[in-house]
Design a binder for this molecule. Structure first.
Ligand code: ADP
Ligand code: MG
Length: 479
């Protein structure tokens, strides 16, 4: 088994160059009507945002009362807060997204952190193959990381590892849990109901790798902790990457289903909010969402996530474009072999198209003609593509705002000084995602929210955060 490191690329963040429908020179009434209909379908009106928020809060209450609810509201077993003075060296293994990552984290104290990391691509076959092979691969990656960075272990000691496993896990202790379901394109056989830590520890042991899995961490919880290390006012961690989810600090006496130790005052809750509205009561799903959902590896699940997260936005956009093409309202009905393939329209293209402020939409043209090999495009084509992208992207950000608003209202944090840490490439690179979220919060809470709440990019929640979680696990271990 081999593990190949991959390089990471950095794309600068731009803001949206918004296009108004009135700027489009429509080629026919039919085209205009089709576009107007899309604008209506993808709109999250201020009222709808409020209604979704209300529904979301009701879901939170249900999940805090008992297990198995739509919002799982998983108790993370992470208690205690950080003040930035913590020191030590840890490993983090981050699994649950596009890449697998191994990180060594040295907490130097005084809020200073030194990290080294390597990313590895997870073969699609491994994601849907035998669970053992997947976990063996993880151990191999950690092993080659230790070699590569010449991290040696003395005598019988073991390196403590925080395992960021970003799937819905019912946690039973800080380093035990059972997988509830796979998401985000993973579906390795025989894992649901099993403990991922046991599988990973077993893979380490069989290969005599001196690593102990000290904490099982959800990336949202890690994000909250990583942000809190620099910013003690942090109340919430959110992921907007391949998938979407959030975690926040809850008072133990609000967690009605909690039967464990009640000596701590508060605990971080991993909400698993990507599953919100499984019942399809409130989310305005379009036929384009449904088409994507049906073809996904987990149909009918994670509906909210599928309207928000990076894995899906490009595919929804592609579905809208195909529909317009088939009705001969775009590209004169012409098709490119690329756009006919599922998942070819990457969410990253949307960022480029959203940021395209050139008079002739040059960047949009480049994506359509060079990347997706459409033989030729007109200005009208490019404008419509740009508008569709904006509809899908803005809807995602406004739905995220509804969730964040729900958490802020539930905790009462909206009228205090509080910080929110958000991690994930979608949030990091998608133009205006942050301002769209803040605008949504202003609709709900008024202008003052801008002074009270800060929304910031959480640097490496699943690496640094996992290390911090391993540290807290040791600090608060019950003998
Ligand atoms: P993960 O969630 O796997 O930890 P990331 O946070 O990097 O990883 O998120 C990956 C997702 O972000 C992918 O679904 C991808 O479509 C999306 N993405 C990557 N680059 C961009 C970009 N420039 N703009 C918008 N979305 C992006
Ligand atoms: Mg991530």
């Amino acid at each position: 088994m081999t593990s190949t490191p991959i390089a990471s690329k950095i794309i600068p963040k731009a803001s949206r160059a918004s296009l108004d429908v009135s700027q489009i020179a429509f080629t026919s009434d039919k085209q205009k009507h089709a576009v107007d209909a899309l604008v209506r379908e993808f709109d999250i009106s201020p009222q709808l945002l409020q209604d979704i928020k209300k529904n979301f809060m009701a879901g939170m209450q249900k999940g805090l009362k008992k297990d198995g609810e739509t919002l799982a509201m998983i108790t993370s077993y992470v208690v205690g807060r950080l003040d930035g003075s913590e020191t030590g060296s840890y490993l983090a293994l981050d699994v649950g997204g596009t890449n697998l990552r191994v990180v060594s984290v040295h907490l130097a104290g005084g809020g200073e952190i030194i990290t080294r990391q390597t990313k590895y691509r997870i073969d699609e076959k491994l994601k849907i193959g035998e669970a053992k092979a997947l976990f063996d691969f993880m151990a191999v990656c950690v092993d080659s990381f230790l070699d590569e960075h010449q991290i040696a272990v003395r005598g019988d000691t073991q390196i403590e590892l925080g395992f960021t496993f970003s799937f819905p896990v019912l946690q039973t202790s800080i380093n035990r849990g059972t997988l509830i379901s796979w998401t985000k394109g993973f579906n390795a056989a025989g894992m649901v109901g099993k403990d991922p830590v046991a599988y990973l520890q077993d893979a380490f042991n069989r290969r005599h790798i001196p690593v102990r899995v000290a904490a099982l961490v959800n990336d949202t919880v890690g994000t909250l902790l990583a942000h809190a290390y620099h910013n003690p006012e942090t109340v919430m961690g959110v992921i907007l990457g391949t998938g979407c989810n959030g975690a926040y600090i809850e008072r133990i006496d609000n967690i009605k289903k909690w039967k464990g130790d009640a000596s701590a005052k508060e605990m971080i809750i991993n909400m698993e909010f990507g599953a919100f509205d499984k019942e399809r009561e409130i989310l305005p799903l379009t036929m384009f969402d449904n088409k994507m959902d049906r073809k996904s590896v987990n149909p009918n699940k994670q509906i909210f996530e599928k309207m928000i997260a990076g894995m899906y936005l490009g595919e929804i956009t592609r579905n809208v474009l195909l529909n317009l093409i088939d009705r001969r309202l775009l590209f004169e009905g012409g098709i490119s072999p690329d756009i006919n393939q599922m998942w070819t329209f990457e969410t990253a293209y949307m960022s480029t198209i959203e940021a395209d402020a050139s008079p002739h939409l040059h960047a949009t043209r480049k994506i359509l003609e060079s990347t997706l090999s459409f033989p030729a495009t007109t200005m009208n084509d490019r404008q419509i593509v740009k508008l569709v992208v904006e509809l899908v992207g803005k809807r995602a950000a406004r739905l995220s705002a509804a969730a964040v608003a729900g958490i802020l209202e539930h905790t009462g944090a909206w009228h205090q000084k509080a910080a929110i840490g958000i991690d994930g490439s979608l949030f990091e690179y998608y133009p205006s995602f942050d301002t769209d979220i803040m605008d949504g919060l202003v609709e709900v809470f008024g202008q003052d929210i801008r002074n009270n709440i800060s929304i910031g990019l959480a640097q490496d929640g699943s690496g640094v955060g996992a290390a911090l979680c391993a540290l807290l696990a040791a600090k608060h271990a019950t003998p």
